[in-house]
Design a protein around this ligand. Structure first.
Ligand SMILES: Nc1ncnc2c1ncn2[C@@H]1O[C@H](COP(=O)(O)OP(=O)(O)OP(=O)(O)O)[C@@H](O)[C@H]1O
Length: 266
């Protein structure tokens, strides 16, 4: 798919701003993963993500998407190939917001800074900034059980943002939310992406969500997961909700859907 002449990707926008770098923020080179029980989850995955890109991965269930993130994060080591990333500066958000139920929002957002030894004053100040940024001001003293699903996810985003990650990985973060909340959080995340300038790696089962969020969409094969196709997304950031009803948007979703169907049918 060709770039639309009137639009720029986020990466290109940043180039215009002079803030972009062509360096890779995250690189998988010929990465393979075979679990000890013999399951071959990933095979020969080569994927280079440049600083400031927002890349989504779609693929059949069980094709190895989460495994890819776990390898990037260092949670599990790949069994072949190399991964290049600065692990000191990674952020993650998962489908489950993983908040500690016995801590209030403020305490949850402070958690990672606490583990890194930030002073109480500093972590309080940074946590409050992130809480404001994700639209949770006024809820600092609420326990997670009193928050909606969308608010829990905002708190989880705030917790990761507090460390100012240069690479932010998302494993189906909005999969459990209703459609309206999900779409609103898509816009909020794009806003955070533009303000903070992190590199994004986003896993989703929703093709429209992948296209709406990303500068690139990767389609993976069924297990063992390989990269089948890479789609450039030509729409400028920030993305307006009406984009979801645009003919070019639908056409791109259609192309990716065909690719994904081929992936599933193998
Ligand atoms: N620790 C493990 N030991 C053995 N097999 C595993 C292990 N972890 C994951 N797998 C298998 O590896 C494959 C890839 O799993 P993974 O969770 O990465 O897939 P996924 O694409 O994220 O799936 P989904 O879309 O359903 O979330 C699956 O077949 C899974 O059962």
């Amino acid at each position: 798919m060709e770039h639309h002449p009137a639009t720029l990707s986020a990466q290109e926008n940043r180039k215009v701003d002079g803030a972009a770098s062509q360096a890779n923020a995250l690189a998988f080179d010929r990465v393979g993963m075979q679990f000890p029980d013999g399951t071959l989850a990933l095979e020969d995955v080569t994927l280079h993500i440049k600083q400031g890109e927002f890349v989504s991965v779609v693929g059949p269930s069980g094709c190895g998407k989460s495994t890819l993130l776990k390898i990037a994060s260092g949670l599990i080591p790949q069994t072949s190939g190399t991964v290049t990333v600065d692990r000191n500066n990674l952020g993650y958000t998962f489908q489950d917001a993983t908040l500690l139920p016995w801590r209030k929002v403020l305490g949850n957002v402070e958690l990672l800074m606490e583990l890194r030894g930030y002073s109480p004053e500093e972590r309080r100040r940074i946590a409050q900034e992130q809480i404001n940024l994700v639209g949770l001001s006024g809820f600092e003293n609420h326990y997670p059980k009193r928050l909606s699903g969308g608010m829990k996810m905002r708190a989880s985003l705030a917790r990761s943002l507090a460390l100012n990650p240069s690479v932010f990985m998302f494993d189906e973060p909005f999969g459990a939310l209703d459609e309206i909340t999900r779409e609103r959080l898509n816009d909020e995340l794009i806003d955070l992406y533009m303000r903070k300038g992190f590199t994004g790696l986003f896993i989703t089962h929703s093709i429209p969500e992948a296209v709406y969020m990303s500068s690139k969409v990767i389609v993976m094969s069924r297990r063992p997961g390989r990269i089948l196709q890479v789609f450039d997304v030509p729409f400028a950031y920030p993305r307006a909700p009406e984009l979801r009803y645009d003919a070019d948007f639908s056409a791109l979703c259609g192309e990716i859907s065909i690719s994904l169907r081929q992936a599933i049918e193998g």
